[in-house]
Ligand binder design. Structure first.
Ligand code: GDP
Length: 421
C-alpha cells in the first residue's frame, strides 16, 4: 500500500449535496469500511429514525471519533485505487471544514466537487470553487450527484454541467469534459461501476477518474519546517515538541532553531509511532527532543527549522485574499485572527492595496476604501505578536492562512511577500 503514490483529496460542495454520502460510498466500494460496520450503522441509523442515511452516518461517526481522538495523525480516512492511495484531507460537514481546508495539516492536491443535480450550483459550490482555485488545487473532478432524484435525466445533467462550467470559467479554472460524472452516491451509480442506469453516459466512473488523476507534484526541496502542535514533558526524555514535518528532513544531530521563540540546539532523539528513528521527512508526525530546549522555551505555533536557515518571523506581509463571508465591510484597521499552520495570531489590516477581479486576475481598483464578501484583494497585514510565515511561492505549506472572526472563516489567503522582523 505504501509503495503507491499518495494523493490528498478534498471533497467540496454545498451542504446536503451529498459529500458525506459520497465519501462513505467510496470507502465502502474500495473495501475500506467492512460491510459489517456498514450493517451496524444501518441498524443504528434505523433505530434513530435516520434510515437510509447509513453512508452519511458512517461519516458522522468517523468525524466524532476524530474529534475525540488522541492521535495527531488525521489520516484515517484512506482508500486505494490501483494506482494511488488517497487520504481525504478533511471530514466534509465538519464545522471547521473551510478553515481546515486552508490551514489543514496537509493541503489537498485534487478535489472532487459534488453538485446535486436537483439543486445545481449553490452558494457553497461557488465558495468552495473559489477557495480551491485560491489554494492551488490542481484538478477538479465534478460529480453531479443525486441523479436518481432526477430520473437519471441526461437533460438535467447537461443543464447542471453547463452551470458548473460557467462557474469554472468565471474563476478561470481549467475544466475538462472528461472530469464531469453523473452519479448517485446513494445508489452507487457510476462510483465503482456503470450500473446501467445512465447508458447515455460513456465517461469514467468516479474511481476510474481518481485513478487517472495526474501524479502528485514531487516534494519541493524547501528547507525543514515543522509547525509545533504541542510541547510535552516526558519523564526520562525531557521536553518533547510534537508536530508534522511539512517540508525537508530532520535528522538526529541536526542543529535546529524554533521561531519566533528563538530557542534551539542539537536534535537528540526523534520518535515516530512510538519508535525511535534517525531521520524523518515530509508528512511524518513526530515527537523529538532538542538539547538545551526546555518546556517554557517553546510553544504551539512555533516553527522549527535548520539553525542556518531558520523560519521567517514577519513584521508585515502582503497577501492575496478572497473574502468568503463578512456581515459588513473590511477596511484598514480591522484586526481579526489569522490561522496559519499551528499559529493563531491577531493581525491588523494595515493597507488594502488592490482589489482584484476574480475572473481575470487583473487589478480592478488601486487602494480601495473597503472590500466585502466575494471580493479578492491584495492586502498588507501586520501581526500583533511575532509569527512565522513564508511566501507561498517558496514554501506553500507555510504560506496559506484562514482569517477568522466571530467564530467564522471570513477569508482565505496566501502570502505573496514577507517583510522580516
Ligand atoms: P453533505 O452535507 O454534502 O455531506 O450531504 P450528505 O451526504 O449528508 O447528504 C445530504 C442528504 O442527501 C442526505 O439525506 C443523503 O441521504 C442525501 N443524498 C446523498 N446522496 C444522494 C443521492 O445520490 N441520491 C439521493 N436521492 N439522495 C442523496
Amino acid at each position: 500500500m505504501a509503495d503507491k503514490p499518495h494523493q490528498n483529496l478534498a471533497i467540496i460542495g454545498h451542504v446536503d449535496h451529498g459529500k458525506s454520502t459520497l465519501v462513505g460510498r467510496l470507502l465502502f466500494e474500495t473495501g475500506s469500511v467492512p460491510e459489517h460496520i456498514i450493517e451496524q450503522h444501518k441498524e443504528e441509523a434505523a433505530e434513530k429514525g435516520k434510515s437510509g442515511f447509513e453512508f452519511a452516518y458512517v461519516m458522522d461517526n468517523l468525524a466524532e471519533e476524530r474529534e475525540r481522538g488522541v492521535t495527531i495523525d488525521i489520516a484515517h480516512q484512506r482508500f486505494d485505487t490501483d494506482k494511488y492511495y488517497f487520504t481525504i484531507v478533511d471530514t466534509p460537514g465538519h464545522r471547521d471544514f473551510v478553515k481546515n481546508m486552508i490551514t489543514g495539516a496537509s493541503q489537498a492536491d485534487h478535489a472532487v466537487l459534488v453538485v446535486a443535480a436537483d439543486d445545481g450550483v449553490a452558494p457553497q459550490t461557488r465558495e468552495h470553487v473559489f477557495l480551491a482555485r485560491t489554494l492551488g488545487i490542481e484538478t477538479l473532478i465534478i460529480a453531479i450527484n443525486k441523479m436518481d432524484a432526477v430520473d437519471y435525466s441526461e437533460d438535467t445533467y447537461k443543464k447542471v454541467k453547463a452551470e458548473v462550467q460557467e462557474l469554472l470559467k468565471q474563476v478561470r479554472f481549467d475544466s475538462d469534459d472528461a472530469r464531469f460524472i453523473p452519479i448517485s452516491a446513494f445508489e452507487g451509480d457510476n462510483i465503482a461501476e456503470h450500473t446501467g442506469t445512465m447508458d447515455w453516459f460513456d465517461g469514467p466512473t468516479v474511481l476510474e477518474a481518481l485513478n487517472n488523476l495526474p501524479e502528485p507534484s514531487p516534494p519541493t526541496d524547501a528547507p525543514l519546517r515543522i509547525p509545533i502542535q504541542d510541547v510535552y514533558t516526558i519523564s526520562g526524555i525531557g521536553t518533547v515538541p510534537v508536530g508534522r514535518i511539512e517540508t525537508g528532513t530532520l535528522n538526529t544531530g541536526d542543529n535546529v532553531r524554533f521561531m519566533p521563540s528563538d530557542a534551539g540546539g542539537e536534535v537528540k532523539t526523534i520518535e515516530m509511532h512510538h519508535e525511535e528513528v534517525a531521520s524523518a521527512g515530509p508528512g511524518d508526525n513526530i515527537g523529538f527532543n532538542v538539547r538545551g530546549v526546555g518546556k517554557d522555551d517553546i510553544r504551539r505555533g512555533d516553527v522549527c527549522g535548520p539553525a542556518d536557515d531558520p523560519p521567517t518571523v514577519v513584521d508585515t506581509f502582503k497577501a492575496q485574499i478572497v473574502v468568503m463571508q463578512h456581515p459588513s465591510v473590511i477596511t484598514a484597521g480591522y484586526t481579526p485572527v489569522i490561522h496559519a499552520h499551528t499559529a493563531q495570531v491577531a493581525c491588523t489590516f494595515e493597507a488594502l492595496d488592490q482589489k482584484i477581479d476574480p475572473s481575470s486576475g487583473e487589478v480592478a481598483e488601486e487602494n480601495p476604501d473597503f472590500i466585502k464578501a466575494g471580493d479578492a484583494a491584495v492586502v498588507t497585514l501586520r501581526p500583533q505578536k511575532p509569527m512565522v510565515l513564508e511566501p507561498s511561492s517558496e514554501i506553500p505549506e507555510l504560506g496559506s492562512f484562514a482569517i477568522r472572526d466571530m467564530g467564522q472563516t471570513i477569508a482565505a489567503g496566501k502570502v505573496l511577500e514577507v517583510n522580516e522582523k
